[in-house]
Design a protein around this ligand. Sequence first.
Ligand SMILES: [Zn+2]
Ligand SMILES: [Zn+2]
Length: 312
Amino acid sequence: MDALPINEDIDIPHRSVIDGVSHKCGHDGHMAILMGVAARLRKHPPARGSVVLLFQPAEETGEGARSVINDSKFKEIEPDFVFALHNLPGFPMGSIILKDGAFASASRGITVELTGTPAHASEPEKGRSPTLAVAQIIEAFTSIHQPSVSMGMVTVIHARVGERDFGTSPGEGCVLATLRTRGTEAMHIISRRTEEIAETIAETYKLECRISWSDEFPVTENSKTAVNTIRTAAGNLGLRIVQPDAPFPWSEDFGHFTKKYPGALFGAGAGIDAPSLHSPEYDFPDELISVGVDIFTEIINELLNSSDHIMK
Ligand SMILES: [Zn+2]
Ligand SMILES: [Zn+2]
C-alpha cells in the first residue's frame, strides 16, 4: 500500500524486490496494524455499534481520502467518529502523539505556466522569453518562505524554461511550488499572494500566464472528544503521551475526513533515532504493530463498551 519511488538499499530480510520502489512511509505497517485490529475484533466483537476498518490507498498524492469520501458505498456508512494514526520517527518508540485542533498543516501545489514567443538565440529581442519572469517568480515565491511565521511557507519544487537547445531563446517556461499553512484562512491568503505575484510578473514581461492547483490537502483538525478518547485509551494502556504545541508542517489527506466527521489523527512514535519518513534508510519498526493494534482496540473499547458515550 502506497509504496514510494525510492530505492531501498538497506540490508533487511524484507528488502523490496522491485528496484526504485519501496515502503518508505510505513503504510505497509499501518495496514498490518489494521489487520491486527480485525483479528482482535473477530475474537472480541464490541458490545454494540459497528466498526469499519478503512484500508485507504493514495494518501501520498492526496487523492485517496477524497475518492473514498465521494464513493457512494462510503456515504452509506456515515461514521460517528473517524480515527487514524501515522508512525512518526523522532518520537519515543510506542509513544502516542496527540493534539487538539489543527494537527497537520494544509498544503497545495501551484503550477505557473508562462507562454511568450521563441526566437533564434542570436536575436532574443525578437521573441518574448519567460526566463527573467521565471527567475523573478522563483525569487518572490522563495521570499514568502517563512517557516517561523504562522502564516506559512512556499517551497519552489521545480522550474524550467524552453528546451535543451542552444539555438533557441525560450518561448515558454514554468514554476511549480508547494504552499503550506497551519490554517485554512492562511491558505486562502497565501494562495492569492502567489497568484498575484505570478500574474504581475507575467504582465511585466508580456507573457501569457496560466495557473493551476493540485495535490490539495486540507488542515487535519482534531475534535476534542476524539482526542480525549485517544488520551484515555493511551492512559489505560500506560502508553507515554507526547503533546506538541504546534501543528506539524506536513499534511495528511485524513484532513478530508476530519472536515466532514468528528475525529482525530494521532502519531505513534517510531523511535527517537529512526530515519525520517521518505528517506531511503527508513524501515517501519514492526514492534509498533502491537502498539497500534492495542491503541485502536482500546479506542473502540472506550467508545462502544464504556457507558459514558451515547451513540446515535
Ligand atoms: Zn508519506
Ligand atoms: Zn504516510
